[in-house]
Design a protein around this ligand. Structure first.
Ligand SMILES: Nc1ncnc2c1ncn2[C@@H]1O[C@H](COP(=O)(O)OP(=O)(O)O)[C@@H](O)[C@H]1O
Ligand SMILES: [Mg+2]
Length: 301
């Protein structure tokens, strides 16, 4: 009797250890495969195989998602470096070309040459300044110097500064202010943002077009609108205009634009003010850029 029960418990124990071994192997094997995939050098890292729909399977899916995101970031980084090189190369080539032509006696060393050199170096300066702003925003070091200013004063300054160039292109720049709150904002930065919106609008609006600067209020925010009757932006492009270096016209020349960083910086600057910036557009009809600023920025009365 004793011997039988001893055998039974021996059999039971060995069955249990077989089960443990089996379960252990089923658990450990896929985990080992995952670990091996993750340990591979970055450039050889593919996707990890997704096995059963259990916790390990979910872990594999999460890892693949992480790999995908890293790949996207890497692609963006490479594109940024290549765009940057392109952006700096164009003005540098022009500067060098102009100087060489003058040295060879092909063109005179005169005021016109200085004008070209000045414009090209200004373009370089703008790209570098824009990059500095973006880098500061990325590292959380974008410093605002807020003060209470009347919103319409800032917008009027921007309109006045751009009226000459607008008129020279037969574009009317008008204002339509329905409110004039006193807000705590960085006036230099707000001028920079609205100035970029207005100069973009001028650049993309043909003769007899109109650009309107509007202010309005809702129960919880103030809005600034820059509306134009210009070329408009294709729906697919509208998603990308706030991306760094993105421009509908990829031929980058002095006449067709700035650095392609303006809207990326505008978004960072407005977000630093707890606001938002969005765009709507219809091809051939025009575009409207809207900035919203929270009512919390209003001066206490
Ligand atoms: N008002 C507008 N109308 C049409 N396209 C616009 C307008 N504003 C911006 N865009 C498009 O968005 C792109 C990015 O603008 P931005 O970031 O300011 O760079 P940049 O002005 O240096 O080209 C522009 O190159 C243009 O293609
Ligand atoms: Mg711009």
């Amino acid at each position: 009797m004793l011997a039988r029960s001893g055998r039974t418990s021996f059999l039971l124990a060995s069955a249990r250890s077989w089960t443990t071994l089996l379960v252990g192997t089923r658990l450990v094997r896929p985990l080992r495969r995952l670990t091996a995939s993750v340990r591979r050098p970055v450039d050889q890292q593919g996707r990890v195989p997704v096995g059963a729909r259990d916790e390990i399977g979910y872990l594999a899916v999460a890892l693949n998602d992480l790999f995908d995101r890293r790949e996207t970031m890497e692609a963006q980084r490479k594109a940024l470096v290549s765009d940057l090189a392109h952006e700096l190369r164009t003005p540098l080539t022009n500067i060098r070309g102009s100087i060489e032509a003058a040295q060879d006696g092909m063109t005179p060393t005169d005021a016109q040459l200085l004008e070209v050199l000045f414009e090209e170096t200004s373009l370089l300066q703008r790209v570098v300044d824009d990059l500095r702003d973006l880098a500061a925003a990325d590292t959380g070091n974008l410093r605002l110097h807020p003060e209470y200013v009347y919103l319409n004063d800032v917008l009027t300054q921007v309109a006045d500064a751009h009226r000459g160039i607008a008129e020279s292109q037969h574009v009317r720049l008008s204002t339509d202010f329905t409110v004039d709150p006193q807000l705590s904002v960085d006036p230099v930065r707000l001028r920079q943002v609205v100035g970029n919106l207005v100069s973009n609008a001028i650049r993309h609006t043909g003769e007899n077009g109109v650009i309107t600067l509007r202010t309005a209020a809702t129960h919880d925010q103030f809005t600034i609108e820059v509306a134009d009757t210009g070329t408009g932006i294709a729906p697919a492009d509208l998603q990308r205009i706030f991306d760094r270096f993105w421009r509908a016209d990829s031929s980058r020349s002095r006449t067709t634009g700035g650095s392609g960083l303006g809207l990326a910086i505008a978004r960072k600057l407005i977000e630093a003010h707890d606001g938002r910036i969005t765009a709507t557009s219809r091809l051939g009809v025009g575009s409207t850029f809207t900035i919203t600023l929270p009512r919390a920025r209003q001066a206490p009365t």
